[in-house]
Design a protein around this ligand. Structure first.
Ligand SMILES: Nc1ncnc2c1ncn2[C@@H]1O[C@H](COP(=O)(O)OP(=O)(O)O)[C@@H](O)[C@H]1O
Ligand SMILES: Nc1ccn([C@@H]2O[C@H](COP(=O)(O)OP(=O)(O)O)[C@@H](O)[C@H]2O)c(=O)n1
Length: 224
């Protein structure tokens, strides 16, 4: 098993972008677990199935052929032959992904997929980010981080990305998704042994440096 850095946090806290940059700097692999839940939501919709019906969602798992890249510089997500890297970021997918992710059988299936991806990587380390990585997927990881930022800052960052959507609509959707996701796993408070990095007052580079600082403290030999 490579050296695992587990990163959790709410939507828009910077998990994907910061983890990706940290992985690049350390020559680590990078796994965006939220992308797998999004890809499954895409697959369920593409199959013409109701994402709100748990049994129907579970029936899509057998045909869910998902490949998630772990190279932080050449990242892509495929379902079968379809490149869904951009499609899974669509607000329509964001609106239904929590319903798919709350199904226990879905979580068991994807957690197994994440652990096999982690075990198969040939990089010296892997940064795995999501909601339940520090607590469920990799609770024994040598570095576990909760990346947070104030709600206002997170909404501002996410709405800056989604041109064409109003800040209010983006904020409302983010709040709803965090509320739904919080019922399934607690990613707002750090579990025992998890280090909180609050990026509210930090710019992107400062946040990357803060995360590398936590990794360096745990394993001085790994960090540059
Ligand atoms: N510390 C920061 N300062 C400013 N912008 C940031 C910071 N961290 C992340 N961002 C930006 O905020 C947006 C949301 O980050 P993202 O990585 O998608 O969050 P998450 O994966 O937690 O939902 C991205 O556009 C990212 O570049
Ligand atoms: N480890 C994880 C990661 C994501 N998810 C689900 O997947 C959705 C999308 O995750 P994401 O990380 O892409 O979301 P953003 O915060 O990047 O918008 C979340 O809203 C959760 O419903 C989860 O349940 N467990």
């Amino acid at each position: 098993m490579p050296f695992v850095v587990a990163v959790d946090g709410p939507a828009g806290s910077g998990k994907s972008s910061v983890s990706k940059e940290v992985a690049r700097r350390l020559d680590f692999a990078f796994l965006d677990t939220g992308a797998a839940y999004r890809a499954l939501a895409w697959h369920v919709e593409a199959s013409g199935v109701d994402t709100a019906d748990a049994a129907s969602v579970v029936s899509c798992l057998d045909s869910f052929d998902c490949r998630i890249g772990t190279d932080p510089s050449g990242y892509a997500v495929h379902v079968g032959d379809v490149d869904v890297t951009d499609a899974i970021r669509d607000p329509q997918i964001s609106a239904v992904v929590s319903a798919v992710a709350r199904v226990p059988e879905v979580r068991r299936h994807l957690i197994e997929l994440f652990r096999s991806i982690m075990a198969a990587t040939d990089a010296p380390g892997i940064i795995v980010e999501g909601r339940d990585i520090t607590t469920v997927v990799a609770p024994d990881a040598p570095v576990r981080i909760l990346l947070t930022a104030s709600e206002a800052v997170r909404m501002g960052r996410r709405s800056a990305e989604l041109a064409g959507s109003s800040a209010e609509a983006v904020g409302e959707q983010l709040r709803k998704r965090d509320a739904a996701d919080s019922k399934v796993v607690d990613f707002m408070t750090a579990a025992d042994g998890v280090t909180t990095v609050d990026s509210t007052e930090l710019d992107f580079d400062q946040t990357v440096d803060a995360v590398i600082g936590v990794i360096r403290a745990a394993q001085p030999a790994l960090a540059p």
